[in-house]
Design a protein around this ligand. Sequence first.
Ligand code: PLP
Length: 286
Amino acid sequence: RIAYVNGRYLPQRDAAVNIEDRGYQFGDGIYEVVHVQDGRFIDEDAHLSRMERSLGEIRLAQPMGRRALRQVLREVVRRNRITDGLVYMQITRGVARRDHGFPAAAVPPAFVVTARRIPGFPASLEGWNLRAITHPDLRWARRDIKSVNLLPNVLAKQAAREQGAGEAILYEEGTGQVTEGSSTTVWIVDEEGVLRTRHLDHAVLPGCTRGALMELLTGSGIDFEERGFTVEEARRAREAFLTSATSFVKPILAIDGESVGDGRPGPVTRRLFEIFARHVKGLPSN
Ligand code: PLP
């Protein structure tokens, strides 16, 4: 595998992080993941805009213009001969003697791009069904920034794995309000049949797949509200599913061991899966 590292394309095994990189020492950096399907970059502009925003929020300069960046992504994908996969970008505040405050302006950010294959968009929902657990959201107050500080997400995902589940649905302790999954956006079809996902603010990452799906909903006739829900509401929901650049649209069939609805992917989830599949394949929605 070939990685882009600060202006050079290197075999990934030869690409090493400096032990004084601030991403490594402080988690002082941000990242972005774009899904590639049949060589096309899905929702690329949304991901690049979010990356630019994340950089701005942590006061890190853009490593290069958008055109040059798009070229680097394509070159990494080409050199790894990927048609279906993921591209990972990470920018940290560079290498400097350890000190919490920002290093001198002359320290260049460290910019890395890697890519790997994943299976293409599945032909059907079967086999993509997943159980989730609930887990307290232990993260900081600026989850809208896609920072590389992922320890609470890592611990939540591991808790899910150890209970035989594929995702952890995170909730605010006290209110029981669901924020999002450890690496996904969570949606439900509530008891009234209304499709819901939480509104955006500093408490969640603005999912690019969420945004794309919301646009695709226009004209679908599906009753949708940008309104949060509690763990209890998720348990009682008719349907639940999650979205992300890597998960596409994935049904949640059980929460903490209890079936959601009848324990099978529901009609709204199936419909959205089809709608999103057309989007990923570059076909007009019908
Ligand atoms: N929420 C969190 C915490 C995430 O890490 C991710 C994706 O990595 C998402 C939501 C989904 O975002 P997207 O649809 O842009 O992949």
